[in-house]
Structure formats: C-alpha cells, structure tokens
Design a protein around this ligand. Structure first.
Ligand code: SF4
Ligand code: SF4
Length: 273
C-alpha cells in the first residue's frame, strides 16, 4: 500500500502547488512512491481519505474555509503547510491592518456578493500543523526534503539560517554594507538562494522570519541608513507581515498601518488611459 498524498488549496495564487509540479524527474519518482489522492492542480481524480500526508497551500479568509480546514485536519495523519500564505497569511494579510469592507467596496462591482472574514490567517491559527515550510513560493529542494522525510519516517531537515548565509555562499557583495541598500536578509529564513541581493536589490523577506531573528538590531541598522520608520514598518508588513516576529517589529516602531491610496475619503486617482 502506497501512502496517500493530498494537496489542498485555500486562499492562494497556486504558485506553491506549481513548485510541486515543477519537481520534474523527482515528481515522477514521487508519483511512483505515493498514491496521489487529491491534487486538483494535477488531476481531476479524487480518492477518499484518510490521508497519510496533506500539503496545504493558502490562508483562511472565509468562514467556509475555516470549516473546511478542520475537515482536512481530521482526515490527515500528517499536515504540512506550504508557502507564505499558509504559514503566515500571505499578502492577503494586508487586510488585517485595514478595514476589509473598504477593500471589498473598492474592488468588487457587486460587493454584496462577497462573503469574507475580516482577516487572513495562517492554517496554524485554526488547526494543529505538523510542519511549516516557508517561502513565496516554496523552494523545490526544501519541498522534496519534506516529502522524502515523510516517506522515510523522519523529521525534515530544513536549515533555519538567514538569507545572509546564502549570500555569502554565492559570494554576492552585501548590498547593505557596500551600497547602503536596506535589506531584510539578516532576519529572513533562507531558501530563495539570496536572489534579490544577487540582482543588487535588498531582500523583501519572502521566506518569512528565520529562527530567533534580531529585528531590533536590523531596525537600528536601517535607521542608520536613513530609512524612515514608516518605510521600515512597511517592509516588515509585507508578504509575511502577520508572522509574529515581523508583526511585532512593525508594531515596535509605533507606526500605524497606512491608509491605502484612495481609501482616505478622497476619490482614487483615475487610471491613465
Ligand atoms: S506563498 Fe506565494 S507563491 Fe505560494 S501560494 Fe502564496 S502567493 Fe502564491
Ligand atoms: S545583501 Fe542582505 S542578505 Fe546579503 S549579506 Fe547583505 S544584508 Fe545579508
């Protein structure tokens, strides 16, 4: 009997599921080692649970999803969340710092059809999660390690160091030291391969906070570079802005969340053309 693998989608862009499909040759090996019981991105075939391993992408943004994730949990022996949406609430957490009803009125022609929660929350806020794989999107090699570890009955070995280590390994010149470019790399979990510094840009924190990040120190360094507190808070409140270390770092700056353009009582700027 092969172990049953299920892949579930909640509020997300599907990018992390695509990382799984993008495993290429390893995907063929994986397909031979597991029974794909549920993976709508890949197949319309569905096998009933219970499932040995569930991979969950996306955050909880509706009451229906809050109920659905409890059903997924009950049917899953091991539940692993994949990606910033599932582990931190994702870019959707921008609503957590604002009034979501204002967003709905601005975005939808028929806002009365929209039923949504006031916040976007990670899966761990609703059910027990056995392992979180951070990143936006997740790293393919790290995903493969999580899957292999499950098949071999051991804990996944995902290094918890910062993006700075990846930078040093690829011999990238530090953009913060050399050019004074603000970078979230010192507090961000490794996994992206330090791609932004390699292209002369600071890290945006896509992989979320590393283990025990020293955000207080990094905030101090950004201030020394002349970055205003409002801009530092905005950087922490990005894709992983609801993850506790980044949320607390932004709150420590005492900067209230910004009013989005056009949501301050003034009409939005008309689109060009
Ligand atoms: S973490 Fe990023 S890539 Fe993955 S589903 Fe969410 S938005 Fe898409
Ligand atoms: S560029 Fe950023 S990630 Fe790279 S070493 Fe400097 S601070 Fe760290």
């Amino acid at each position: 009997m092969k172990p049953k693998l299920a892949v579930w989608k909640f509020a997300s862009c599907d990018g992390c599921q695509l990382s799984l499909l993008d495993l290429e040759d390893d995907l063929l090996a994986l397909a031979g080692a597991v029974e794909l019981a549920e993976f709508r991105e890949a197949t319309s075939g569905v096998v009933d649970g219970p499932y040995d391993l569930s991979l969950v992408e996306g955050s909880i943004t509706t009451a229906h999803d809050a109920e659905r994730i409890r059903r997924v949990r009950r049917a899953s022996r091991v539940l692993v969340t994949i990606g910033a949406c599932a582990t931190a609430g994702g870019i959707q957490t921008l609503r957590n710092f604002q009034n979501v009803q204002e967003f709905i009125r601005a975005v939808y022609a028929k806002p009365e059809y929209i039923e949504t929660l006031a916040t976007s929350t990670p899966i761990s806020a609703h059910v027990k999660v056995d392992f979180e794989l951070q990143g936006c999107p997740i790293n393919k090699a790290q995903l493969l390690e999580v899957l292999s570890a499950h098949l071999q009955g051991r804990a996944p070995s995902i290094r918890s160091h910062s993006v700075c280590i990846e930078c040093k390994r690829r011999q990238t010149v530090c953009v913060m030291v050399a050019r004074g470019t603000p970078c979230l790399g010192p507090v961000t979990h490794a996994g992206c391969g330090a791609i932004c510094p390699a292209y002369d840009r600071g890290c945006y924190g896509c992989y979320g906070p590393m283990e025990s990040p020293n955000t207080e120190s990094l905030t101090g360094w950004w201030r020394r570079l002349g970055v205003p507190d409002a801009a530092i808070a905005r950087a922490y409140r990005g894709i992983n802005g609801h993850k506790e270390p980044f949320r607390l770092a932004a709150e420590a700056l005492g900067v209230p969340p910004e009013t989005p353009p056009g949501r301050d009582g003034k009409p939005p700027e008309p689109h060009a053309g």
